[in-house]
Design a binder for this molecule. Sequence first.
Ligand code: UD1
Length: 312
Amino acid sequence: MNSYIVTGGAGFIGSSLVRALLGRGAERVTVIDNFFSGRERNLDEVRDRVELHRADIRRYEEIAPLFRGAGVVFHLAAIPSVPRSISEPVPSHQVNIDGTFNVLRACAEAGVGRVVYAASSSAYGGSDVLPKVETMPPDPKSPYAVQKLAGEYYAHVFASCFELETVSLRYFNVYGPRQDPSSPYSGVISVFMKCLLDRVPPRIFGDGEQSRDFTYVEDVAALTVKAARAPGVSGRLYNGGSGGRYTLNQVWKILQEIEGVEIPARHGPPRAGDVRHSQADTAAAARDLGHAPSFNLEEGLRRTLTWYREDR
Ligand code: UD1
């Protein structure tokens, strides 16, 4: 099983997954990316071991031939943002639902061994029950959550109706090196990193007491590789989280302490579509995929901060 394809492989999580595959015995990895948010420089030091195709998953004819002969396809290409799915719902829908359907269809027709699909913790939505267990009914609160959930359902159905092995992983608020802080839709930790190094206050939407299971990107990549290899899990869904939970106020406090600065955050109104709390139950991923996260939040934040500092 050595022919790996990563859609969205030039993106933040995808490029970390490419490194994880190369570091675990893959000789080469194929990347499909349209460079909407991905960057070739995200693959810099592994570029000579990556076969890179600029292609858009919205165009079936363009991508279908690329999947022939693949053992495992990791489908990470997406427009990954809750607020963006509200302000720009059409491209978000087209990439996250139609594009995912195209990838699954192309993989089934190409006889791919397994697809690992990057789903989202946003599917759990608003319920107060914590931690979130895979058996809970979904409760999407935003177009993005609906889109990622539809992808899961499709992945599940492709496993039962089209004999394509699929595994879905609900990623929980992933952070780490190479996350782009420059867009209005950037993940909160990348924004915090930039503010910290620029010595400017971040803007926190709401009171900052909302909490997330912030998950270090290398842990997510390791889990994703395991999902490709574990036997007997086709058609299933697993949380990809660390199992912890921190409020935004706590994260900003830890970062100030690491850096030895005091920069009070500014607070604005709450953000539409936001869920209040999120935390993964990691028991199923541990049991079936043999996964155990290696990085606690402080360690992950320190590594991330070092990367942002050196990247300047
Ligand atoms: C959601 C999903 C996550 C998914 C991600 C894709 C949940 C629980 N999580 O993340 O699985 O991968 O979408 O984008 O649904 N915030 C600020 N200031 C900022 C930016 C954000 O206060 O400058 C706040 C947001 O309002 C939110 C929290 O930080 O409360 C996290 O936001 P963000 O990083 O955008 O991720 P989620 O929307 O939680």
